[in-house]
Design a binder for this molecule. Structure first.
Ligand code: AMP
Length: 368
């Protein structure tokens, strides 16, 4: 996630996907325009990056010009299209390729096309990297597009939000929800439950501990409890399908939540993927994985100590405890990489006083 001015944006189209789309467009330009000596007209400011990438892939004679028009103010498109500045080339009788970063209502290209037609252009082709077909209200044919995208506000790859974001090499979309969703991570005994209790008050979030939900179901001898018990007693993971369905149901019980603290979930990549999907369906995402880092031997001692009062059978047996820690490193620790790839992993020292550790976690959360 990135922040530009007051708004948050989440990744939408990756750089390699954009490159592939431009490669494909370039193949078509090279086929269609080989002996036409086209004049490429990039529409500033947004199209500078797209124009440069397309034009450097064109293998035949061509000319390049840039014009300036603007139809955007903030995130709302306006009907006002400014005048055209900067076209000094002779366009009469020529083949023109208008290069746009994005076509939405089509106001800009409609005005530009008319202007170019009035100046006697022979053939005007419209090429845009992004095409918001749903928002398009004009009749002019869009000859080339890289991506058809839904009617969302996007930034990056030349496109801006009030001046910022043009330099981003991938495309981001406006985050449609301002939920804060934390994955509280760390091995068993790291103190996730304790910290979750504090953080949920402090940030007004809903705390979901999958371990607690399983234990509740075991205590009440539900079908889910019976199913989960055999795994939990051995310190193994409950199968993904069961856990994911349960988690989805818990999230759906809280439609008005400002956000969630996920404690003990996700524990596998499949769970992480399903969480991303679930949150995406609410226009939200995982804000961060905050991980409590604690040494193994400290964990074993803490859990044995907790076992004296917690009544949890999986805390009473050192072998089960060690198996849970092993499962964490074998199966769960890969999620660190998963969230690191998204720049969302934050490790926090989990040894110290409760308040001290809360402060460390808050320093991370307050910056999100
Ligand atoms: P916890 O209270 O988080 O230590 O979880 C206790 C036990 O519940 C684990 O050892 C697993 O058997 C099971 N469990 C909790 N969360 C999950 C999960 N996300 N995926 C699979 N099993 C889980």
């Amino acid at each position: 996630m990135i922040k530009l001015h007051d708004l948050q944006f989440v990744p939408f189209i990756a750089e390699d996907e954009i490159t592939t789309a431009i490669d494909k467009l370039a193949v078509r330009f090279n086929q269609d325009l080989e002996d036409k000596n086209p004049l490429f007209i990039g529409v500033l400011n947004g199209a500078f990056m797209f124009a440069s990438e397309v034009i450097k892939r064109f293998k035949f004679d061509c000319e390049v010009s840039f014009v300036k028009m603007s139809s955007y103010q903030g995130t709302q498109t306006t009907n006002q299209v400014n005048e055209l500045i900067g076209l000094n080339e002779e366009v009469w009788g020529r083949t023109i390729v208008v290069l746009e970063d994005i076509v939405d209502t089509g106001n800009t290209i409609e005005v530009l096309s008319k202007l170019l037609t009035d100046k006697g252009c022979k053939d005007i082709k419209i090429a845009t990297l992004f095409f918001k077909e749903e928002a398009y209200t004009k009749k002019i044919n869009i000859d080339y597009f890289g991506f058809k995208i839904p009617n969302k506000f996007i930034v990056g790859y030349g496109l801006d939000y009030n001046g910022l974001g043009r330099n981003l090499t991938e495309v981001y979309q406006l985050k449609s929800s301002n939920m804060t969703n934390l994955v509280l991570f760390g091995p068993p005994g790291a103190g996730k439950g304790t910290q979750a209790e504090v953080l949920k008050q402090k940030y007004d979030l809903v705390h979901i501990s999958t371990g607690d939900v399983f234990r509740y179901n075991i205590k009440n001898a539900t079908e889910l409890g019976t199913l989960a018990k055999s795994y939990i007693d051995k310190g193994q993971l409950v199968p993904d399908e069961v856990t994911i369905n349960m988690l989805n149901a818990e999230v759906d019980k809280n439609p008005d939540a400002k956000g969630f603290i996920f404690d003990g979930f996700p524990r596998t990549e499949a769970q992480a993927d399903s969480l991303a999907k679930l949150l995406d369906s609410k226009g939200a995402d995982v804000s961060a994985m905050v991980a409590l880092e604690v040494d193994d031997e400290v964990l074993v001692q803490r859990l044995l100590e907790r076992g004296k009062t917690s009544g949890r059978p999986d805390d009473a047996d050192e072998n089960v405890i060690r198996n849970r820690i092993k499962v964490y490193y074998d199966e769960t620790a890969i999620l660190k990489k998963y969230y690191q790839k998204e720049d969302k992993y934050f490790g926090v020292d989990g040894v110290g006083g409760i308040n001290e550790i809360t402060d460390r976690l808050s320093t991370v959360i307050d910056k999100l």
